[in-house]
Design a protein around this ligand. Structure first.
Ligand code: GLP
Length: 241
């Protein structure tokens, strides 16, 4: 694991975007693995800027998102489809047909199966991840098997509490989601994980220095050959003095 510590979010977001720009510019048909949450927003802003400046072209790009809430429509203002369209896809020249997010509003088993077969056929060149305060990546909560593929999961109470800030109340936060599994994520050729702020410090410490255990899903990344962690001083304060 390579760890890069940034002085501010601006520089971190620019560096994160740069990894994606390099992959897009050197592949004929790049496949990107994308994430939601507040953490990657700055990176998406930088990618939009790069597109506007003519540094990157999304015409041949295909994307796969990590996860989607069950029980809310894809047009719901807090669905991850809405998040991606609003914060990224609507501002670049990507064909929406090439953007994939699990369909969590119909037959869930069929949606998981379809997503797995799509991921088998399309190797992700670069995947961005955030991390939950309980160590989840995507929505793979503690206890998720390392061998898991795309599946439906019940969200931890902690995750629902963390994400309640996006809804009117915690009661509105969905109880379930479809998520790429840990085995799907580990197949990505390159992974960048972004962790910002003191609230991520404990999860980050356990992910990097702790045992590799299903109780800390992100710890599986210790076994991936190409992971870069982009972080700030607050998030690594328990790692360095
Ligand atoms: C969400 C997402 C994750 C994300 C994490 C952290 O629930 N499913 O993909 O990494 O929680 O979110 P944030 O970046 O807002 O802290």
């Amino acid at each position: 694991m390579e760890i890069r510590i940034f002085e501010n979010k601006e520089a971190l977001s620019r560096a994160a975007a740069q990894y994606f720009i390099e992959v897009i510019n050197k592949n004929h048909k790049p496949v990107l693995g994308l994430a939601t949450g507040s953490t990657p927003l700055g990176m998406y802003e930088k990618l939009i800027e790069a597109y506007n400046d003519g540094e990157v072209n999304f015409k041949n790009v295909k994307t796969y998102n990590l996860d989607e809430y069950c029980g809310i429509d894809s047009n719901h203002e807090q669905s991850y489809r809405t998040f991606m369209n609003t914060n990224f896809f609507n501002h670049i020249n990507i064909d929406l047909i090439n953007t994939n997010i699990p369909n969590a509003s119909g037959d869930l088993d069929a949606a998981c199966e379809l997503y797995n077969s799509q991921l088998n056929e399309n190797e992700i060149d670069i995947q961005v991840l955030g991390i939950g305060t309980n160590g989840h990546i995507a929505f793979n909560e503690p206890g998720t098997p390392f061998g898991s593929k795309t599946h439906c999961i019940e969200l931890d109470q902690k995750t629902r509490e963390d994400n309640a800030r996006f809804f009117n109340s915690i009661d509105e936060v969905p109880t379930h989601a479809i998520t790429m599994g840990l085995a799907n994520i580990m197949k990505a050729k390159k992974i960048i994980l972004i962790a910002i702020g003191a609230q991520k410090a404990e999860a980050l410490r356990k992910m990097i220095l702790g045992d590799v255990t299903e109780e800390m899903p992100a710890s599986i990344l210790q076994f991936h050959p190409d992971v870069v962690i982009l972080t700030d001083r607050e998030a690594v304060k328990t790692l360095i003095k």
